[in-house]
Design a protein around this ligand. Structure first.
Ligand SMILES: *Cc1c(COP(=O)(O)O)cnc(C)c1O
Length: 402
């Protein structure tokens, strides 16, 4: 069945749910693999760890960017090897490191963490290969580096690695400075800066890098007016730069991470109109589980209310004011101006104000776009003890899985 049929079928016994479309995920993976044929692609599990989604992305050749010990375990349980799972997050506990040392490639996020990993390696009596997350001396859009809660300042690394002892060997670096970039030139400039960084660190620290994990930054069009990122152009520029780099370092693997590009647009949130009313001349539609089912559209309204439409992004909580399209599932011309609000007892639960929609009655369905990444995982589903929205998966063969 197609996506719309799946939504109608799923809505027979549900008032709200997510639907993830495998065909769209596969198209996105194809686009990345075509653009970056010589890089390994890591799926950033934190954006959507739904079991069918993980199964799909790993079956189609993506490796794992794990942001927690549990995510490293999910990738391991899916059959990925330690070389295919990169665990990078600030504040890993000793227990996190113990759980993951044998199943993932650990990326140290601080000097203390590097020492903790060395102590663990010594205790286990084997030399461990680790990566370090680097806070570089440059910033994403050009210019100098800045303080960061992530990683180790580039300038600290030579002394730190010289003193790191016999039990760890640093064989990789990881940098991720920004998500959701739509300008190919800016993203390509960042990739070039990373290759220079790798060059510098290998010279200054006497290390040999088996991999450079370049993080993400790969953006998607959220609003109707967003020009999509020219992914093939980014791929072409990277391939050219890597060809030169590999003349000196032929064995260094390039890793790219992506969460939202892979699944962001594959998801739709479907919610039912529960009530309608007019107050002081304004028409309200009350719909099922908005703020508590899919948080980001309500947050976008909140940010717009306080900061205006041009507020700076704060990923993954806020991308832009018009990042999510609210539409009627039924076809029909726009017939009235309505405000769409959720069924929570808080005035903050509003997802659209004064938008044009067909005339809808209780029982009708609305869809919210861009619900595949940072959607279900970010939403406060315990609030008010409502039922959680279901997460459904439409396979490439058109089967609806629950
Ligand atoms: C969240 C995250 C990503 C994924 O970013 P997207 O914008 O979803 O592609 C990649 N790398 C790191 C380190 C992250 O924290």
């Amino acid at each position: 069945m197609d996506c719309k049929t799946a939504m109608l079928q799923a809505a027979r016994d549900r008032d709200c749910f997510y639907l993830y479309d495998e065909r769209r995920i596969l198209a996105q993976i194809d686009a990345l693999q075509a653009a970056f044929p010589n890089a390994a692609l890591l799926y950033s599990i934190k954006c959507n760890p739904h079991p069918h989604v993980l199964d799909c992305v790993f079956r189609h050749g993506l490796w794992a960017d794990a942001a927690s010990a549990r995510e490293a375990e999910l990738a391991h349980e899916a059959g990925l090897t330690p070389r295919q799972i990169y665990y990078s997050a600030p504040g890993k506990t000793l227990s996190d490191l113990e759980r993951t040392a044998d199943i993932a490639t650990l990326i140290a996020d601080s000097p203390a963490e590097l020492r903790r990993i060395a102590a663990l390696a010594e205790q286990r009596g084997r030399v461990m290969e680790v990566g370090v997350r680097v806070n570089p001396a440059f910033s994403f859009g050009g210019g100098d580096g800045s303080p960061s809660k992530f990683g180790i300042d580039e300038e600290q690394l030579p002394d730190l690695l010289a003193a790191s002892g016999p039990w760890i060997r640093v064989t990789g670096i990881h940098v991720h400075l920004r998500s959701q970039e739509l300008n190919a030139d800016v993203l390509s400039r960042y990739h070039l800066d990373l290759l220079s960084l790798a060059d510098r660190l290998q010279a200054q620290c006497g290390i040999r890098l088996a991999y450079i994990n370049m993080g993400s930054g790969i953006g998607i069009p959220y609003a109707a007016g967003d020009a999509p990122l020219d992914v093939p152009a980014v791929g072409h520029a990277l391939a050219t730069a890597v060809r030169t780099f590999r003349e000196r370092y032929p064995d260094t693997r390039i890793l790219l991470e992506s969460g939202r590009y892979v699944v962001g647009q594959s998801g739709v949130y479907v919610t039912r109109v529960l009530d309608r009313k007019v107050s002081h001349g304004r028409t309200y539609l009350i719909v099922k589980s908005t703020l508590n089912g899919f948080l980001c559209p309500s947050l976008a309204r909140l940010v717009e209310h306080y900061a205006g439409t041009a507020a700076a992004p704060c990923e993954p909580l806020f991308t832009k004011a018009d990042a999510f399209a609210v539409s009627a599932l039924s076809d029909g011309p726009a017939a009235e101006t309505v405000t769409v609000a959720g069924d929570l007892c808080t005035a903050a639960d509003v997802i659209a104000e004064d938008i044009r929609l067909p005339h809808l009655e209780p029982g009708d369905l609305l869809t919210i776009s861009n619900a595949g990444a940072y959607a279900a995982v970010l939403s406060p589903m315990q609030f008010s003890s409502h039922d959680r929205p279901a997460e459904l998966f439409l396979t490439g063969d058109g089967a609806l899985l629950t």
